[in-house]
Ligand binder design. Structure first.
Ligand code: ATP
Ligand code: MG
Length: 574
């Protein structure tokens, strides 16, 4: 491809709307453009990378025996109503009506549709297991679309669904997908961890997430170096040593705390640590209000709360000011377990029951209560663990100290069991001629998010550093001065030679200064650069590697050898 013809609208300035490197660089390198919030167009260079990642995913899925098909993005409401997810999915679902007022959505995921496609036609256990997948555009009206391709409202996903006759079969299918995913992300050169995930809205009880490690990742991973435990912060059990004080239980005492509402203010006021307080968090769950009590020095894990309540996530939200005033009879900041409105159900993290002489809000403006003890002064439904894990907590498996790092969830695998085959009444005949429900798994890879994750792990101040396997082009040949005939001729000769070998080459034949061309080559991250300049007359060129910055002057006859060597180094065939 000649760069004089390439549509690559690069930007010199960092666009102000982009906060993280992948978003900034994708815009600056002219690879994507925003249409509206969370919706992007892929320009030629970005599109090439996307296709390459897609192909790696496809090859590994095919290798694992999965079969590709393609489903519509438009899905009828009826199928979602059968499983109850038409309402459960909530505002994340893009909904629309046709001219006859029939309801549809733009598919955010395809469990219902895949189950439906096999339910009346796959009849015998002899046809199992089956794993079918697609690489297709998904739509989710995310609450906070951000970070470019990382969390967008339209994105490319590979989604696969496995159907087995029993649990053991499903576990086998799960294992095959696990291994396929390891190959996909290894081939994409990502540094990743496989961690236990929360099954949440998908249902089922076992899931793992594939996390590309990165400081800008939206997910937190808790992991243990002493054993192999690793889980998302949503999933990880919070285990820590509680300081059981030997103090005697004292009588309750009301304390005036004017304008002292936040935990920080309280710590200063009472001159003690956060662990002395019980935090009372009020949540609205549909039309009800609940109170959740946790130790003052810890955070609530909302996922654990949602799972406990067994309602869709979008129906659980922090109570607003008006609701708080109504159920506590006080301003915000003074909620506590004693004297809440009667119909407020109280959930208590088990650690709270062990606290002695704690301080709580008085449900009265500017009042706190001291020396409050579970059992004597308040009760509630005790829940083993509602806390968010934190650095330094104990590993739930081996007891060592946990570490935490950020990650980008690029893929996940779920053991679904029979949730969808039950919901949609999808059955097959077993060996004894009896109807059985399919035991299912589902497996997603965020193809466009993977693209962004690769950039997060492979960039520097000058731009993207594509791993060769996904680079939009392998080599860029830069003509330093396009007015010099010998440079142009040599560059074209090399361009033809490499192209004939099957190498993807850009020829920078633009009438630009050399500096501009070098900068662009670095920005768009082409792994190898061949600079054809003054020494062209002597048959000498410069060979530069984007990743190490290594430069060497070589004979033009050796260019193809140098390129081949890079393919060997990356363990890739040309
Ligand atoms: P998240 O927790 O990040 O919202 P999810 O659990 O909703 O992800 P799944 O429904 O399992 O994600 O979707 C499968 C894969 O699709 C995810 O692992 C992720 O890589 C990708 N993905 C999900 N939501 C988005 C999005 N808004 N933009 C880009 N990719 C996404
Ligand atoms: Mg999501």
């Amino acid at each position: 491809m000649k760069m004089s013809k390439l549509y690559m609208p690069t930007l010199r300035e960092v666009p102000s709307e982009a906060e993280i490197p992948s978003h900034q660089l994708l815009l600056r390198a002219g690879m994507i453009r925003k249409l509206v919030s969370g919706v992007y167009s892929y320009l030629p260079l970005g599109h090439r990378v996307l296709k390459k990642i897609e192909n790696i995913v496809r090859e590994e899925m095919d290798r694992a025996g999965a079969q590709e098909l393609l489903m519509s993005a438009i899905q009828p409401a009826e199928l979602w109503q059968e499983t109850g997810r038409w309402s459960d999915f909530g505002p994340e679902m893009f909904r629309l009506k046709d001219r006859n007022e029939r309801q549809f959505c733009l598919g955010p995921t395809h469990e219902e549709i895949f189950t439906d496609v096999i339910r009346n036609e796959l009849k015998s256990y002899k046809q199992l297991p089956l794993n079918i997948y697609q690489i297709q555009t998904k739509y989710r009206d995310e609450k906070r679309p951000r970070f470019g391709l990382m969390r967008s409202r339209e994105f490319l996903m590979k989604d696969a669904y496995s159907f087995d006759k029993d649990e053991a079969g499903m576990e086998n299918s799960y294992r095959e997908m696990w291994e396929a995913y390891e190959r996909v992300f290894t081939r994409c050169k990502l540094k990743f961890k496989i961690v236990e995930g929360d099954s949440g809205a998908m249902g089922g009880n076992n899931s793992h997430e594939f996390m590309a490690m990165s400081d800008v990742g939206e997910s937190l991973v808790a992991y243990c170096d002493a054993c192999d435990y690793a889980a998302t912060d949503e999933k990880a059990a919070a285990v820590y040593d509680i300081n059981l004080s030997g103090e005697d239980i004292l009588p309750m005492e009301r304390i005036d705390t004017p304008n002292v509402g936040t935990i920080e203010d309280l710590i200063n006021f009472f001159n003690c640590g956060g662990e002395k307080f019980i935090k009372t968090l009020l949540y609205k769950v549909e039309d009800d209000v609940i109170a959740v009590l946790i130790p003052g020095d810890r955070e609530l894990n909302e996922t654990k709360l949602v799972n406990l309540l067994g309602v869709p996530e979008h129906l659980v939200e922090l109570a607003d000011e008006e609701t708080i005033k109504e159920v506590t009879g006080a301003n915000v900041g003074f909620a506590g377990p004693i004297g809440l409105k009667d119909d407020v159900k109280i959930y208590v993290d088990s650690r709270v029951t062990k606290m002695k002489n704690a301080i709580v809000g008085g449900n009265e403006t500017d009042i706190h209560i001291k020396n409050v003890n579970y059992g004597r002064d308040f009760t509630g439904e005790v829940v083993e663990d509602l806390l968010l894990v934190k650095l330094g907590d104990r590993c739930p498996k081996c007891g060592a100290e946990l570490k935490m790092d950020r990650g980008i969830e690029v893929g996940n695998i779920f053991q679904l069991g029979t949730k969808y085959s039950e919901g949609l009444n999808a059955t097959f005949l077993d060996e004894n001629g009896k109807d059985q429900k399919f035991v299912m798994g589902c497996y997603g890879i965020g193809v466009s998010r993977t693209l962004a994750a690769i950039i997060e792990q492979y960039h520097d101040d000058n731009g993207i550093i594509w791993p060769l396997v996904v680079a939009p082009y392998h080599v860029v040949i830069t003509v330093v001065n396009v007015k010099k005939e010998d440079q142009v001729q040599l560059a074209e000769k090399l361009y033809n030679e490499l192209s004939d070998m099957g190498i993807e080459v850009l020829l920078d034949d633009r009438k630009e200064r050399a500096g501009v061309k070098f900068n662009d080559a670095e920005l768009i991250g082409i792994p190898m650069r061949v600079t054809v300049g003054r020494d062209a007359s002597e048959g000498k060129v410069e060979f530069v590697l984007r990743d190490s910055g290594e430069k060497s002057t070589i004979d033009e006859k050796d260019v193809s050898e140098c390129v081949k060597r890079e393919f060997e180094r990356a363990k890739l065939k040309i």
